[in-house]
Design a protein around this ligand. Structure first.
Ligand code: TRH
Length: 390
């Protein structure tokens, strides 16, 4: 899909309010912050982002001061959404209102939306899923039970007919220009490892399979350099090496395995970690998407949900990603992803045997995924279509 027009012809710069409640981790604000920046930078929208947890936000964007009620970063106005009823100090309703992940808008804001003429375009941004049903529900409108308002459900997805996933216009260029040698010297303090070593990045939740995998890397016949952002998996590293912790700046070695721990970096720099590695372990939603744009083989630790509701999502993503692989490689990836998500024991040697096929597939899959258009562009196109219709 070509880049859509971001403004209604002849219209003023569109104003957009995004509401984000941080449930846990970094994914909710991670997606909203990326979307906000992109709508501002690529579509020229005036974006205001309401966020209830500025401390988590600060980790992704150190410029954000967690004590301020209102501030601006990277051209985006940021409001501390300090209480569910809070809608900014002066109530103003944007042309486009995005509620992220079914967070509830303040009642006073919804009532003012209903009074506004013209009515804002109201979008609920859903979580990403690669499942087939997503295309049927994408952009389905739903009338408000009390007000003359309609809300549309925007579904990110991995297949045609969905909202796609976020991808900045300059991402491929930045990746191609990435200076790996300098990155290794600056971030790790060593020269870039040679081809005989496999560099793995590991961003994951606590994982019962971590011990088995670390042992395989340690005992393997090919050296592994492991890059670990400090976080929920760090405890497993500390236990494995018999250390009290495994925090940023630490490193450890056991036979064929060399590990380096990193501090959390601002979001635009997270991609560099994925570009520096040969194989990426990612989790949740946003890092899962970034791994796909890194054009490298990757392993997904999906956000676990009650009653194993995440399993169909995992399998749907596998179906997209492995579709064009030969059966042996497809089975290896499927087994490994399942094991990393709690079903079985990961087999590193088997996955590694298929590395050339997985590398080729990663690049082709990124092209397929890009063909459905990027989420911000698709969203802007929907908004433009809605506005010209009325
Ligand atoms: O943090 P997550 O586990 O977020 C999850 C998922 O989004 C999940 O779907 C959601 O329901 C749950 O939160 C509430 O994983 P995710 O989505 O990959 O988000 C991590 C973000 O952190 C991503 O934007 C990348 C960013 N990041 C950095 O900016 N710097 C870093 O150093 C690292 C390691 C990550």
């Amino acid at each position: 899909m070509s880049t859509p027009p971001s403004k209604v012809p002849g219209a003023q710069e569109l104003a957009c309010d995004i509401f984000c409640a941080v449930i846990d981790n970094f994914g909710d604000i991670g997606v909203c912050w990326r979307l906000a920046r992109q709508l501002r930078a690529e579509h020229g929208w005036r974006v205001r982002l309401f966020v209830d947890d500025l401390t988590v936000f600060h980790a992704l964007c150190p410029e954000v001061d967690a004590t301020l009620p209102r501030q601006e970063a990277m051209g985006v106005v940021i409001e501390h959404w300090r209480a569910p009823a809070h809608a900014g100090d002066t109530l103003s309703i944007a042309d486009v209102v995005i509620e992220a992940f079914a967070c509830e808008l303040p009642r006073v804001y919804i009532a003012a939306m209903a009074r506004r003429d013209p009515k804002p375009v109201w979008i609920n941004l859903e979580y990403l899923s690669g499942e087939d049903w997503v295309a049927d529900f994408h952009m389905r409108p739903s009338p408000h039970p009390r007000y003359p308002l309609e809300k549309s459900f925007f579904f990110p997805g991995l297949g045609a007919g969905t909202g796609g996933v976020l991808k900045e216009r300059d991402l491929d260029t930045r990746r191609e220009r990435f200076d790996a040698a300098s990155w290794w010297r600056e971030r790790v303090g060593i020269e870039r490892p040679g081809d005989e070593q496999t560099v793995v990045s590991l961003f994951a939740y606590e994982n019962p399979s971590a011990d088995a995998l670390l042992a395989q890397w340690r005992d393997g016949d090919a050296p592994v350099v492991l890059l670990v952002p400090e976080g929920r998996i760090s405890g497993a590293l500390a236990r494995f090496f018999g250390l009290p912790g495994f925090t940023a700046g630490m490193s450890a070695r056991a036979d064929a395995l060399q590990v380096y721990a990193f501090g959390f970096v601002e979001q635009p720099r997270f991609d560099e970690l994925l570009w520096a590695a040969d194989i990426n372990f990612v989790r949740g939603e946003d890092s899962f998407v970034r791994a796909q744009w890194a054009n490298k083989p990757f392993v997904w630790h999906i956000y676990p949900q009650a009653d194993n509701a995440h399993v169909p999502k995992l399998d749907a993503a596998l179906a997209h990603y492995t579709r064009a692989l030969a059966p042996a490689a497809r089975n290896a990836v499927t087994r490994f992803w399942h094991a990393w998500n709690g079903a079985g024991t990961p087999d590193w040697a088997e996955l590694r045997r298929h590395r050339p096929a997985l590398e080729a597939r990663a690049a082709r899959w990124a092209e397929e995924l890009a063909s459905i258009g990027d989420l911000a562009g698709n969203l802007a196109a929907h908004v433009a279509a809605r506005m010209t219709r009325r």
